[in-house]
Each structure stands twice: as C-alpha cells, then as structure tokens.
Design a protein around this ligand. Structure first.
Ligand code: DX5
Ligand code: ZN
Length: 213
C-alpha cells in the first residue's frame, strides 16, 4: 500500500493549522524533520512544534531524526506522540539496541541512510526495523534535486528484505513528486515523503492524489 507523508519542513509556519488540515484530509502520515545543526548543517524544529501539530494531527507522526546521539532524545519524541521514529544509521553507536528500545515504547522504529552510504550497511539491522528511510537527497534541506541512483538502491534493498523474509517498508525522502512517484513505487518504495512538491503547490490535494497514482 502506498502512503503519502508530506514533510512539514515545507509547511507555512505562520499558518501551520492550514497545512496540518491538508495532511489530515488528503495524506496518510505527518513527516517531521528534526535537525540539530550538528549531524546536518541546518536547524529545523523540535518538541514545541511537534506538540502543537500533535494537538490537531489525525494521522500518525513520523519523526525523522537528523541529530547526533539519537539515543538521548528518542524517548521524548515518543512521549510527544510520534508513531514512527527513524534515526541515521551512522549517528548511533548501537543501532539494534535503539531500534528495539523505540519498539518497546510502542513506536515503529526506522533506519535512515544518506545517498553515499551503501544499502548493504543496513542488512545486519533490517530484522530490527519496521522501515528504512532511503534519502534521495543529502539530508539537511528541503527543495533539493532527486538523485536518480535511488531507484537502483530501492531495488537492491527490496531484494534483500525479501531474501531475509522480512516485512520492512521502504520510505523515500527528498525531491519526491508526482513525476517520480510511480517509478519509485515500481522499484519497491511504499512511503513517499514530499515537502516542496506538496506545500509549494497551489493545489496540495491534487499533488497528493497524483502521487498515489
Ligand atoms: C531533508 C528532509 C526531507 C525534506 C524533503 O533533509 O529529510 O524530508 O523536507 O523535502 P523536499 O520534498 O522538498 O525534497
Ligand atoms: Zn525527512
């Protein structure tokens, strides 16, 4: 099943209400990008903004942690209502332990890798994850150009998930739009994160529906 996860990084923060409504009405998941200015060269938002969104959110909140030492803060994101929490593989000293800890809070755990990290690095941890977030741009900023190599990476990862007999979903993030969603679905992705494509459009509902194919 295809799920559309608009990235709130591209939302209108002066009228967040309106963009939260759009996700509630037309999409499936709130994608929330948390950046610390250390793991990535940008700072986004944290607990107060997520708590505000949580008050109105009728769809699950997917927190994408772009922070060093994710083990320090992951539990607070669970407490403010995250249903899914992902962290970057190379940000954690013990990815399996953190994945299992996140699961113990009743939250779906996910692993993220940037485009320069081989998908093979994920293989030992797949059995502990509910989903993999494959970056199709380098994490840190919205509005970047989709990296074409992503299709092959999705196919390779999907084949390994099947080989291990697992039920791990592939989420794709960065430069995703109505023009590449069908090909991404074809390659094996099931969750589509889209920031600019949705919120910088005049008709977010139409873009979301077009992405569903
Ligand atoms: C980038 C974030 C993305 C970003 C996607 O670091 O992880 O979720 O908001 O934005 P677009 O869809 O504009 O590439
Ligand atoms: Zn993201």
């Amino acid at each position: 099943m295809i799920q559309i996860a608009p990235s709130m990084l591209a939302a209108d923060f002066l009228h967040l209400d309106k963009d939260v409504d759009t996700v509630n009405k037309y999409a499936d998941i709130f994608h929330l990008d948390v950046m610390d200015g250390v793991f990535v060269p940008n700072i986004s938002f944290g607990f107060p903004v997520i708590e505000a969104i949580a008050q109105k959110a009728e769809k699950p909140m997917d927190v994408h942690l772009m922070i060093v030492e994710p083990e320090k803060y992951a539990e607070r994101f669970a407490k403010v209502g995250a249903s899914m929490i992902s962290f970057h593989l190379n940000a954690s000293k013990d990815p399996s332990a953190l994945l299992n800890q996140i699961r113990s809070w009743g939250v779906k755990p996910g692993l993220v890798i940037n485009p320069d990290i081989p998908v093979e690095d994920l293989y030992p941890y797949l059995k502990d994850a509910d989903y993999v977030l494959l970056m199709s741009v380098f994490a840190g900023f919205g509005g970047q150009k989709f990296i074409e190599d992503t299709y092959d990476r999705i196919r390779t990862l999907k084949a390994e998930i099947v080989r291990q007999g697992l039920d791990v979903k592939i989420e794709v993030d960065g430069g995703v739009s109505a023009s590449n969603a069908a090909a991404l679905a074809d390659a094996g992705a099931e969750i589509f994160v889209a920031g600019s494509a949705v919120f910088k459009s005049d008709d977010p509902a139409a873009v979301i529906n077009a992405m569903r194919g």
